[in-house]
Design a protein around this ligand. Structure first.
Ligand code: BES
Ligand code: ZN
Length: 924
């Protein structure tokens, strides 16, 4: 027998390469998969030996003559003596495989055929394979849960293939461009349920294994391998009832089935909304959504079988906060948006990942808004996407939305804020400058044209240009490609400088790239973005019109053309550019305009400025102060208006910025000043919201609940008024309740604050109490709330214990949640030093712990980066990274960004700290 040992990847490198000349990272295009027949037998009985075996039957069309069949396969045991190859069109002819090779760099499995495959013919390739159900949350893997009464462990199997792990489960053409229909048949013990993308066609007994069945699913539509999914489990499900729609079911472990109601109701509603919005019916007969106990990502859009973490699908009115519920809705809306953007129309190659993720992120905002307008989630999510983009993309180490990709680690790295939040922000920008009709009809025709096919961004530009010209939404001499290439092929975003002349009526506008790193000279900040310019004035204050009044253009060679705007009002009236933050840019004004704005905000009718623009002004001025292009005195006098502000968005912008300053200043002798300042700023809004008293049920406007949650968190951190004693009292009443696992008197929306404050100010016993609740809780979001609070303690021994618990191989804390424990420790002031030390000393073990989920290591870095403020600490960290070898491989981009954030902190401390402290004293 000639076993091809695929899983000795590391060893196999040289050996495997022998004889192979093909070393390009993409599959050859001589063969096209036309259909997969996949049979998988899963064994879940013996916990010591959880495994599967299968047969992949792939129908291939030869487009060119070739003797070489190159597929993807990884960690699969393939008996290559059993592989068969037959020509199936015309006269049937047996061919065979003469030899096989492995290219471990690109996960290729290369078969050499005995006779040449000829262009135009169809072949059937059959490959048997087997592997362990792995523990790494990728490919076809195991997950488990416990029955509380008996402590018995139950095992289930589930897939996670995106971006490149179908190859871990069966040999295949594992690139998004190779779409084919799948017929999947799962074999398993009859006590389980088998789920896959399509509904069951037939269940029949297994030929030889007693009590085993084969469950055959209907043939799927043509789809990419990364969207294939299947699971064997003993979950319960909740059917949804929405007339005329696809069959919709929500699955969870039996003990959590009562947490499925919200998702079961919300899912079909949003699916129906998309059908109407895109004008294309959901093409499959059913959707199953499953809450998987162990899950690396947040959720995954597998066509017809969408998988989630428990926290992103399960909702408990008793335990989940409004923020949890809204996040859940957003995730469901995101994954269901992918059923069109991603599943129906798929990017050609991972370079255009943003076409999947940016669209799903943006469209989810529309979906949630439609179903729950009372949440006002669209505005909030849009601002969130913008603020996230402003932060990330201000780093020199950022990258364009559309980026070249060769290796699998590069694909994984692309699932970042640039693909998601910047992608979403530029789509919103187009939506707003094109208007409803052009945007909708453009994307509709894009979806129709490329349904069941693959597309790249130019295809989208083309559809939108046509729609825009048809509707007169874009001048005839403009096209979307010229405009949008400046946003997707270029890193960063601009800051525009608006300088009005003495009369105030004429403004000169210039643009350059906005960067946080102050050492970069202006001549290296060049760049040009096509900017739809809109603005309003103090008198007009019309923030509803987001259509462009003018365009700031770029020359063919990418130079910015200077722009003058006339007909502005007199010098005693402000102007505001970018109503509703429709476009992704920052705006710096001349001193007079800032002065007028500050006057209106602090003394005038500040609500005449749109709430998104109030957030914009707060965010912009704090950025400019940070980089030194404005004085902190001015910035602080502007944000002083927040004492009057009662809306969520401007506060969110302020807190995001003040958090970064706070993390620096709290390590310095002037922290007391900052603390007093924060007290002064927060007190009025905290009082307005009645502190952390349980007034939630009487709050009518839902986003005031989120505001109260956010303000409570800050108030307790800065010990405003009675925040801490109230929090402690809540906690004690929980502790003294007879059955704390059944009843919890703390309002769900302030639980995180109450837990964290108690752990911070309370006793070891409180920590222990909370840890016990963690172990006993049946609600995933409550568990996560507890995990993020346990790091709030200032006891070194508890922090140390908690760090170790987070990476304990016994997994009391599931691997998927371990980053949360570490982050919680690392973001507190005492824990930071411990976490940094722990990370540096244990980086090899951490690497092994997460392998191959390298991205998780990246998540540990961000709380560390936010608190390094001295140059010598930065140098020390650089040194550590240079010597970390393999342990930090695959997260290069995150490392560069981490170092750059550290550098900007160091710059702030060196150049702003004194001025900042003086300015604080002035406003106190
Ligand atoms: N397609 C992704 C899942 C994914 C992420 C696969 C990373 C492979 C690597 C899914 O649609 C997604 O975006 N999930 C998000 C949650 C979402 C609501 C933002 C996630 O996992 O964080
Ligand atoms: Zn997504």
């Amino acid at each position: 027998m000639n076993w091809c040992l695929f899983f000795v990847v590391a060893l196999g490198l040289d050996l495997a390469m022998a004889g192979s000349t093909y070393d390009y990272y993409r599959l050859p295009t001589a063969l096209l998969p036309k259909k997969y027949n996949l049979r998988i037998l899963t064994h879940l009985e013996n916990p010591e030996d959880l495994k599967f075996s299968g047969v992949a039957q792939i129908k291939l069309e030869a487009l060119q003559n070739t003797r070489n069949i190159t597929l993807h396969s990884k960690s699969l045991l393939i008996d290559d003596s059993k592989i068969t190859l037959t020509q199936v069109n015309g006269e049937k002819k047996d061919n065979c495989i003469s030899s096989t090779e492995v290219n471990a760099v690109h996960d290729f499995y290369i078969l050499n055929a005995c006779q040449e495959l000829e262009a135009g013919n169809i072949y059937q390739l059959t490959l048997p394979f087997e592997a362990e159900l792995n523990k790494q949350l990728q490919g076809y893997y195991r997950s488990s849960y416990q029955i509380p009464e008996t402590n018995e462990t139950k095992w289930i199997s589930i897939t996670q293939f995106e971006p490149a792990s179908a190859r871990l489960a069966f040999p295949c053409f594992d690139e998004p461009g190779f779409k084919a229909p799948f017929v999947i048949t799962l074999g398993f013990h009859k006590k389980f349920t088998g789920l896959s993308n399509m509904p069951v066609r037939e269940i029949r007994p297994h030929e030889t294994l007693p009590d085993y069945v084969w469950s055959e699913f209907e043939e799927s539509v043509p789809m990419s391998t990364y969207l294939v999914a299947y699971s064997v489990n003993d979950f319960s499900h909740k059917p949804s009832t929405l007339p005329n729609g696809a069959l919709f079911r929500t699955w969870a472990r039996p003990n959590a089935i009562d947490q499925c109601d919200f998702a079961a109701e919300f899912g079909p509603k949003v699916l129906q909304y998309y059908e109407e919005f895109f004008g294309i019916k959901f093409p499959l007969p059913k959707v199953d959504q499953v809450a998987v106990p162990d899950f690396a990502a947040g959720a995954m859009e597998n066509w017809g079988l969408v998988t989630y973490r428990e926290t992103t699908l399960l909702y408990s009115a008793e335990y989940s906060s409004l923020a949890n519920q809204q996040q859940l809705a957003n995730v469901v809306a995101h994954e269901l948006a992918h059923q069109w953007f991603g599943n129906l129309v798929t990017m050609k190659w991972w370079t255009d990942l943003w076409l999947n993720e940016g669209f799903a992120t943006y469209v989810a905002n529309l979906g949630v808004e439609h179903i729950h307008p009372e949440w006002r989630a669209k505005e909030r999510e849009s601002l969130n996407d913008l603020l996230t983009t402003f932060r990330r993309d201000a780093l020199e180490s950022s990258h364009p939305i559309s980026r070249p990709i060769q290796m699998v680690v590069e694909i994984s790295e692309s699932f970042d804020e640039i693909s998601y939040e910047k992608g979403s922000s530029v789509l919103r920008m187009m939506h707003l400058f094109l208007g409803e009709e052009s945007f909708r009809s453009g994307i509709k025709s894009y979806l129709q044209t490329f349904a069941y096919k693959n597309a790249e961004q130019d295809n989208l530009w083309e559809s939108l240009t046509q729609a825009a010209h048809k509707n007169g939404a874009l001048p005839e001499n403009y096209d979307i490609k010229s405009i949008m290439d400046s946003w997707t092929l270029q890193t960063g975003y601009p800051v525009i400088n608006v300088t009005r002349d003495e009369s105030g009526k004429v403004a000169k506008i210039s643009q350059e790239r906005f960067l946080l790193n102050r050492d970069i000279p202006h001549d290296q900040r060049k760049g040009c973005w096509w900017l739809p310019l809109s603005y309003t004035t103090q008198e007009e204050h019309d923030f509803n019109n987001t259509l462009p009044k003018a365009w700031m253009e770029c020359s063919k060679s990418g130079e910015s053309l200077s722009k003058t705007i006339e007909d502005l009002p007199g010098a005693d009236q402000w102007v505001i550019f970018n109503p509703q933050l429709a476009t992704l840019y920052k705006v710096n004004y001349d001193a007079q305009n800032w002065k007028l704005l500050i006057e209106t905000l602090t003394k005038g009718d500040f609500e005449s400025i749109h709430v998104l623009n109030r957030a914009q002004l707060v965010d912009d001025i704090l950025y400019f102060a940070w980089t030194g292009s404005q004085d902190y005195e001015i910035a602080l006098s502007l944000i002083g208006y927040l004492q009057r502000e009662r809306e969520f968005l401007p506060w969110k912008a302020a807190f995001d910025n003040l958090k970064l300053v706070g993390r620096i200043v709290r390590q310095t002798p002037h922290f007391d000043l900052f603390k007093s300042y924060m007290n002064k700023l927060i007190t009025p809004i905290f009082e307005h919201l009645d502190g952390i008293n349980d007034t939630f049920s009487s709050i009518e406007q839902q986003d005031q609940i989120l505001l109260k949650t956010m303000v409570a968190n800050w108030a307790c951190q800065y010990e405003v008024l009675d925040c801490i004693p109230k929090a402690l009292a809540y906690f004690q009443s929980w502790k003294s309740s007879p059955n704390p696992d059944e009843t919890n008197p703390i309002p769900t929306n302030v639980r995180r604050t109450v837990y964290c404050s108690t752990v911070r100010h309370g006793s070891d016993e409180d920590w222990e109490f909370l840890w016990t609740r963690y172990k006993k809780s049946n609600v995933a979001s409550e568990k996560r709330t507890i995990l993020s609070s346990l790091g709030c303690t200032r006891e070194v021994w508890l922090l140390q214990r908690y760090l170790e618990l987070s990476f304990d191989p016994k997994e009391v804390i599931r691997k998927q949640d371990s980053t949360l424990g570490f982050q919680a420790v690392a973001s507190s002031e005492v824990g930071f030093l411990l976490a940094k030390k722990y990370f540096i000393e244990n980086v090899d073990q951490i690497h092994k712990f997460y392998h191959p989920l390298v991205k998780s290591i990246g998540r540990l870095l961000s709380p560390l980066s936010e608190q390094v403020i001295e140059r010598k600490d930065l140098e020390e960290f650089k040194e550590f990274i240079n010597h970390s070898g393999e342990s930090l491989s695959g997260i290069n981009q995150t490392i560069q960004q981490t170092l750059e954030i550290m550098l900007t902190n160091v710059q702030w401390k060196e150049r702003n700290y004194d001025q900042f402290s003086r300015s604080i004293e002035l406003v106190l």
